[in-house]
Design a protein. Structure first.
Lengths: 220, 216, 216, 220
């Protein structure tokens, strides 16, 4: 089963209005090629679940610049004045979630758990409308699992089967999101033959990856 | 020494060998410069690394290694990288010894507000709510006032970061400890009197007889 | 072909290219031998690997690589290793296409009991409860009777493994599909009649007019 | 801060009746040297949280053979007839937990979550006495976090700071347990200088490890 897909074809499969999880943290570990192609194809009204919207012109910021996003679910948008501008203008809806809760809600969606019990946010506006549970005398919020139609993830290396290996802080939300979407699209800086990536270096096993974006030839 | 480095140097006195420490962006990052040479502190960046270091040489930036602000960093030998869920497991699970954060307001109950100003600035809480709720020790490092207005106030007017009381407030004027009884003035900066601190603070301060001078 | 390999071969027909499959210990492990050569199936061992393979050469056993029974295994190129939480995230999160397990009893509601016999055998459920609850497709591969006693029964007398209905039962006599209406006899083994299957089964079986012969 | 500790000294710090999490799966990835030393010192009445009790003479089975365990919390004990014998005789108490739930409860204890919401076990004896929560029309058990006084973990490699790197299926419960105990004791097949283990190969960061068992000299 070959998962290798041309960039344009992979992105063409994303409908207008789709919910996307996009890996990366301030543009580090973000699937830039897929984002550029979404901008090129102009797929709009997207719901984006991501840690942040980076900065204008960087990573997810490019989707914001192109006005392709109608709703953002993130832990912060403070580094992107354009996101804030569109939010204040009422053009984009923003839901803010504490970063650890966001990570755990995505993990929960990908791991088949009913949600997350966290003390983070108790007694703050982040608790508004959320059920709580008392366990051993301590109050926890019941935070729901998050899933998406598509996860767009970036890896340092992939192998021909679609196993993904991450590097340093470019890992961040990528392996969590790769578990939590109906379709998982991965791009990697390099694609190596199967067997080159040792089993302990695989951060996302190939079985959850649906499409691996083909590398453009540089030679010849 | 400027005010911010004075604050950072005083905060660094709270660190000891082997601790896992998370420094917020802005002023708190200065703390790393003041760690005594005879101890090893492990700095976490919540985007996925323990063992972050500042990158001081040009030409060594690596695309896949950054701090929580997205800026290139370095890593010490013995650093460890991980995903965001694990990173916040360290924070939420009681493994983080100290978090140092900036503040917009701290109140008499020791509660912190530092992530939004309704109608004005809505950056999002990022990791702040997890950090304040989960760290063993929470230190607020901030300028004592903002444009002349007190930041240590009777009750926060801005949305809270957590229902958990912070452990220490360090400003360019004073070290203040939130306690069950209220905010206790523990130290004043060199050349500052307790009366100066009280004058710059709208919260009620408990002023004991013996107040040390910050060892900075 | 012996009974157990007949069962395994029939189960293998349910697998297709690219699937993630978990085989329980005992009879189900035989399924790996019967996978058609033109498809690639990824076998998970729940102790932490996708891409397990049988170890057929002496002298290559590795202390740190085993199946869920603790026996040495091999790994295919492109295997991936992970911890137990991630392994069950694959199982619970809907990423596991097929689990093949043995059974002590299956009942008319399609419910499985396979982990304990009160007062006699209390091995523990291991991963069975997660596998039956979480896998996309649950196949029970077992001998049709045990010492002459039916294992496909009106209602399980033993403690259930899950409240989730299994998807297929494959024995040396028949292929039976649990449905909303009850247990439907889909196929019989070569040389076996529907009446033979009904006689070896205490559960009510729905016997359609057209029953295929197992393609084994 | 040097974490290197002699084996006998590290184990001497474990009191009678302590609760231990012990890594490993059927003896693979189990800290054998620490187990042998507990047997030598005869530290009894232990509560052991582990996936299984392996087999007689193997891994945790050695603690069972030596009758040092009063209570086992595990996902299965079927491979150890001695555990079953002691259980039937009433000499050892056994609590059985589905393997995925066990893993997640330990993770929850180590990650500061209030517990786990899982559908596993609903409608079975594993649900007895446990609260449930309905989320989106589906029933989940509320399973509590697990923690221990000590975690005894095994790694393939450690570095001088105490960072741990795991290999293949010897990983299993080790990294989860290393987060979930008041004191974490680690043994490794080899201990390498700091910097030899690359950041992406660290499964447990040194900051959670309290003691690293010294390697016995083989030369000289």
């Amino acid at each position: 089963m070959c998962k290798l897909t041309r960039l344009a074809e992979a992105i063409a499969g994303i409908p207008i209005g789709a919910t996307l999880m996009i890996g990366g943290f301030m543009g580090v570990g973000t699937p830039e090629r897929m984002i550029d192609e979404i901008v090129r194809q102009g797929t709009g009204e997207l719901i984006v679940i991501a840690n942040d919207t980076a900065r204008p012109g960087v990573g997810i910021g490019k989707l914001i610049d192109a006005r392709l996003v109608k709703r953002v679910v993130a832990s912060h948008i403070g580094t992107n004045a354009e996101t804030q501008r569109q939010m204040i203008a009422g053009d984009i809806e923003v839901e803010l979630i504490p970063q650890g809760t966001l990570a755990e809600r995505i993990r929960s969606g990908g791991h088949g758990l009913g949600g997350v019990l966290t003390a983070t946010g108790v007694g703050t506006v982040a608790a508004a409308g959320k059920p709580t549970l008392e366990i051993d005398g301590r109050i926890f919020l019941v935070e729901r699992p998050l899933r998406a139609d598509f996860a767009l993830v970036a890896a340092r290396q992939a192998d021909h089967l679609g196993n993904l290996g991450y590097a340093l802080t470019a890992r961040n939300f990528n392996p969590l999101m790769a578990m939590a979407a109906d379709r998982v699209l991965a791009e990697a800086r390099s694609i190596v033959p199967t067997g080159v990536l040792p089993p302990d270096a695989v951060g996302t096993p190939c079985v959850v990856v649906d499409m691996l974006i083909a590398v453009e030839a540089r030679r010849g | 020494m400027d005010d911010k480095n004075l604050i950072a140097k005083r905060v660094a006195c709270e660190l000891s060998d082997g601790m896992l420490v998370n420094l917020g962006i802005g002023l708190p990052t200065l703390v790393a410069r003041h760690v005594p040479a005879d101890i090893r502190v492990h700095f976490q960046s919540e985007n996925g690394i323990v063992g972050m270091d500042s990158l001081n040489e040009h030409g060594l930036a690596e695309d896949d290694l950054s701090d929580a602000g997205g800026n290139p960093i370095s890593a010490v030998p013995g650093a460890a990288a991980f995903d965001s869920a694990f990173s916040f497991g360290l924070i939420r699970g009681g493994h983080l010894d100290v978090t140092v954060l900036g503040g917009l307001e701290v109140d008499e109950a020791g509660l912190l507000a530092n992530w939004m100003v309704p109608g004005k600035m809505v950056p999002g809480m990022g990791g702040a709510m997890d950090l304040v709720t989960g760290a063993k020790k929470v230190i607020v490092a901030m300028m004592h006032t903002a444009k002349g207005a007190a930041k240590i106030v009777p009750a926060c007017t801005l949305p809270l970061t957590s229902a958990r009381r912070v452990d220490l407030i360090v400003t360019e004027l004073a070290v203040i400890e939130p306690t069950d009884a209220g905010l206790v003035l523990r130290e004043v900066a060199p050349g500052v009197t307790p009366a100066d601190v009280v004058a710059a603070t709208t919260a009620r301060l408990i002023v004991p007889d013996n107040i040390a001078t910050m060892a900075v």
